[in-house]
Write a protein that binds this ligand. Structure first.
Ligand SMILES: NC(=O)c1ccc[n+]([C@@H]2O[C@H](COP(=O)([O-])OP(=O)(O)OC[C@H]3O[C@@H](n4cnc5c(N)ncnc54)[C@H](OP(=O)(O)O)[C@@H]3O)[C@@H](O)[C@H]2O)c1
Length: 328
């Protein structure tokens, strides 16, 4: 697997990472812990060196799974985690990036991951009550103390990114980006390109929809976030199938699968982008990794982009309440 750099501070990771959230959060039902550990270790074997988790996934047990799985590979891989929520009795009670909360989260993450230093620490969501300078300053101090190596933000706006970067250089922005979620192209991506910040697209497969394996009849468990996301209503899925059809057509001509085309399209946008598709299945992990070997000619890339832009995506990516509270 080729490597890519995120930011200008020396962070180098595999061109495709592994999102571990779905192993214990958002996409119930979850696989047994041992299966997730085997899958993460298989990813290492396949050349993946970039693993994504967060304090709030579970909460807490996702970091334990990732930490346990990667214990034998501690110095060979990059583990990214996130702080930024007030978690009470296992429930997410809104954003919280007060310095004392960041410090408490970091101590917990270090313990659960079983590491002495967090490779990449993101603020999970911007906290409007805490100046971003205070957040960046706290992470800068944690870096000085040797508890954190690199700083990241998630779903932050351009001004927030600039203000944070001025206090502590940001290595990566993690925000949603895929063939059906492209709003960050107008302002955010040019901003981070100018500042030399890497981009880590989350939900690069549209939470599974772009792979063509989810039709309008598929039912999600009540606790699966996709049961309530507008873009995943049955009507929206019928309309949005047109995008899956576009991807499938390209997949056929490139002798690839939908997921590989969706990921290869992201990789082809910029050399400083590293998608982190999530899966709980080894055969899909292998399939997704195959995207790193797919090249588009400039004509193919423009054709795919243009064809996908013709599809009007129905439904928002989150409910309004989710967007307001957390965005997750
Ligand atoms: N910063 C944030 O706020 C934020 C928000 C969301 C996610 N994330 C991170 O980003 C990572 C990835 O995002 P995501 O998990 O939301 O979405 P995703 O990677 O777009 O899609 C994951 C879904 O696609 C399915 N899938 C994966 N590969 C497939 C394939 N080849 N064929 C068919 N289905 C496939 C998975 O199901 P199976 O497990 O059944 O394969 C899973 O349900 C997460 O794990 C998390 O670490 C961050």
């Amino acid at each position: 697997m080729q490597k890519r750099n995120l930011g200008n501070q020396g962070l180098e990771v595999s061109a495709i990472g592994l999102g571990c959230m779905g192993m214990s959060f958002s996409y119930a039902p979850f696989p047994p812990k041992e299966d997730s550990i085997s899958l993460i270790r298989k990813a290492v074997e396949l050349g993946i060196t970039f693993f994504d988790t967060a304090e709030v996934y579970g909460p807490y047990n996702n970091e334990e799974i990732v930490g346990q799985a990667l214990q034998p590979f501690k110095n060979e891989v990059i583990i990214a985690t996130k702080f930024g929520f007030n978690i009470q009795e296992g429930k997410m009670m809104g954003v919280d990036s007060r310095p004392e909360t960041i410090r408490r989260a970091v101590e917990g993450s270090l313990k659960r991951l079983g590491v002495e230093c967090i490779d990449l620490l993101y603020q999970h969501r911007v906290d409007p009550k805490v100046p971003i300078e205070d957040v960046a300053g706290t992470v800068r101090d944690l870096i000085k103390e040797g508890k954190v190596k690199y700083f990241g933000l998630s779903e932050a706006g351009a001004n927030t990114i600039k203000k944070a970067h001025a206090i502590q250089p940001v290595s990566a922005l993690q925000s949603e980006y895929s063939l059906w979620t492209r709003q960050h192209e107008t302002e955010i991506m040019p901003t981070i390109e100018q500042l030399g910040i890497g981009f880590v697209p989350f939900s690069p497969l549209g939470k599974g929809f772009l792979t063509g394996t989810i039709d309008e009849k598929k039912e999600f468990a009540a606790s699966d976030i996709r049961a309530i996301i507008p873009r995943y209503s049955s009507d929206a899925r019928v309309a949005n199938q047109a995008l899956v059809d576009v991807i499938a057509k390209f997949a056929e001509t490139k002798n690839a699968t939908n997921s590989q085309i969706a990921l290869a399209w992201i990789l082809a946008q910029k050399p400083w982008i590293v998608p982190i598709p999530g899966t709980t299945k080894i055969h899909r992990l292998i399939e997704n990794n195959g995207a790193a070997g797919i090249q588009f000619s400039p004509e193919e890339l423009s054709e795919l982009t243009a064809a996908s832009e013709k599809v009007k995506i129905v439904g928002t990516r989150y409910t309004e309440a989710m967007e307001a509270a957390t965005g997750i």
